[in-house]
Ligand binder design. Structure first.
Ligand code: GAR
Length: 189
């Protein structure tokens, strides 16, 4: 079994979709969900799904190595960022070289970087009167929203679109593509 750890910070719709997609998979398994905000709704989703979930704070990520210890104890092969809003610590990147995958709700390199997450991205896209947006799935390095692109999908925008309607289009693309791209990527290794 190839074992995935999902990192999430908030609502967790992607974490849920990925967990459900691999629930009965014969080669890939979501072994755990790691979250970094105590009140993140993803913890409740994990409980309902029966996926082990573990909270870690800033020190555990950046100072005492507890997150990496936990990933090792779970036998994790790949780390999947699904709405995880902190930089991945260097010790985790070193332990999983080329094996950390992120999803970003825009067509990188546009609308990426620090502070560009969730609705902030959609607001910026609308403010710039873009005629299209989309999702980018990429390998993670030590910079926000950089690293090799694995996949992009687009949606078109009209003058009537709002951050909310754009978020719904992005959500649909994420739900459709993210698990499949993860599956193809990890099984190709
Ligand atoms: C998703 O749209 C994801 O693309 C975005 O956060 C949302 C999390 O939703 N990620 C980023 O903005 C990363 N910079 P979810 O918690 O419901 O999966």
């Amino acid at each position: 079994m190839t074992k995935l750890a999902i990192f999430a910070s908030g609502n967790g719709t992607n974490a849920q979709r990925i967990s459900e997609y691999f629930a009965h998979h014969d080669k890939v398994q979501v072994a755990c969900i790691v979250y970094n905000r105590k009140d993140a709704f993803v913890a409740e989703r994990a409980r309902r799904l029966g996926v082990p979930a573990q909270y870690f704070g800033r020190k555990d990520f950046y100072e005492n190595g507890r997150v990496l210890d936990y990933l090792r104890s779970q036998g994790i092969d790949w780390v999947i960022l699904a709405g995880f809003l902190w930089l991945v610590p260097q010790d985790i990147l070193d332990a999983f070289p080329g094996r950390v995958i992120n999803i970003h709700p825009a067509l990188l390199p546009k609308y990426g970087g620090k502070g560009m997450f969730g609705e902030h991205v959609h607001e910026a896209v609308i403010a710039h009167h873009e005629t299209e947006s989309g999702i980018t799935i990429h390998i993670v390095d030590q910079h926000y929203d950089r690293g090799t692109t694995l996949f992009q999908a687009k949606c078109s925008l009209t003058a009537e679109d709002t951050p909310e309607t754009l978020a719904a289009k992005i959500h649909e693309l994420e739900q459709k593509h993210f698990p499949v791209v993860i599956e193809q990527t990890v099984l190709a290794q």
